[in-house]
Design a protein around this ligand. Structure first.
Ligand SMILES: [Zn+2]
Length: 335
């Protein structure tokens, strides 16, 4: 392996593996960045994309083993069946880039305390399989990729509590459409809860249970959302740099932190949505069919913006950094 950085640098970059993306991605920044992913199911593609982009540090949390049915929908292979998903994906990431450092947590997200998450998200560690050193993360992005409302809700609280960017990915029923919400402590004003307040209301006050798993979601729907998740991750990790492709992208996205993808032409009819029709109402409708992405501006939930109360998580002030350190235990959802 050639190291394009000095011998004493605490990270290595394989210049041959990354030869064709070195002009696009800032490999030094990415090598020092950490992706903490809660849920290693349909988002395996996004994880692999991260490693292929040059992200150097990973923390994976998932309590499941690979089932036979996961082969068709989640990027696992038959020889992986029966093994913990986090262990399989850790090996996959190391196989993509032998310089990465991965910590694989096989267990329940809710068994981890906030102090545990803090350590896993920021502290130096040594990869137990390769002895690769992950110095303390210069940037951490927290990714929620589960089909469990309470896990996704905790990702929002953790991102606010630690003041870090976060990305949450969800499929709608049968992958007919997909959704990404993301936060950044500086560039957006609304947290995930502001964006999804009706979903919080349904779960917390009306006993709603999620009927949407990955059943019926084809791999093509996962491919679309995983690719877009990678774009957003690159925009977050390069934010404020001079990198031509990504450096100003997050600022250009601005407060459009609800992103929806239409994965089938009948998605609106079958899911009861009208967002795509609204977005394209003035366009040449004959050319609009499916595969589109819309970026929707979001406002913080607060009486000043027309809501009945401030968002219980971010406070609705529009400044997400005001909630840094404010959560006693992110496993308890604020009421
Ligand atoms: Zn909020």
């Amino acid at each position: 392996m050639k190291n394009i950085f000095p011998e004493n640098a605490p990270f290595k970059i394989d210049t041959e593996i990354f030869a064709r993306v070195a002009s696009v991605n800032n490999l030094e920044i990415l090598a020092k960045s950490r992706r903490v992913q809660i849920g290693v199911g349909s988002a395996t593609g996004a994880l692999e994309n991260s490693a292929r982009s040059g992200v150097g540090q990973f923390t994976l949390v998932d309590k499941d083993v690979v089932e036979r049915s996961n082969v068709a929908t989640q990027g696992y292979l038959v020889p992986d069946i029966g093994r913990p998903k986090v262990v399989v994906m850790a090996e996959r990431l190391r196989a993509i880039n032998p310089a990465v450092a991965v910590q694989a947590i096989y267990g329940s997200f809710h068994d981890l305390t906030d102090d545990d998450i803090k350590r896993l998200a920021f502290d130096p560690f040594v990869d137990s399989a390769t002895s690769a050193l992950a110095p303390g993360a210069s940037q951490t992005v927290l990714v929620g990729a589960t089909d469990d409302f309470f896990c996704q809700a905790r990702v929002n609280s953790l991102a606010l509590h630690f003041g870090i960017p976060s990305i949450c990915c969800q499929h709608y029923a049968e992958g007919l459409a997909s959704e990404i919400t993301f936060t950044h402590p500086v560039t957006v004003r609304a947290c995930h809860r502001c964006i999804l307040s009706s979903r919080y209301e349904a779960y917390l006050n009306h006993g709603f249970k999620n009927p949407v798993g990955s059943a019926g979601s084809p791999i093509s729907s996962s491919g679309k959302i995983n690719a877009l998740c990678t774009d957003i991750e690159m925009a977050i990790l390069h934010h404020g740099t001079e990198q031509p492709r990504w450096g100003d992208l997050l600022a250009r996205i601005g407060d459009r932190n609800l992103v929806q993808i239409r994965c089938h032409p009948d998605a609106e009819k079958l899911l009861g949505l009208n967002n795509f029709s609204q977005a394209f109402s003035a366009a040449n409708s004959d050319q609009i069919f499916f595969g589109e992405t819309i970026w929707r501006r979001q406002i913080p939930e607060h009486p000043n913006t027309g809501y009945s109360r401030p968002c219980p998580d971010c406070g609705g002030t529009g400044n997400l950094t005001q909630r840094i350190g404010a959560f006693a235990d992110t496993r308890i959802i604020n009421s």
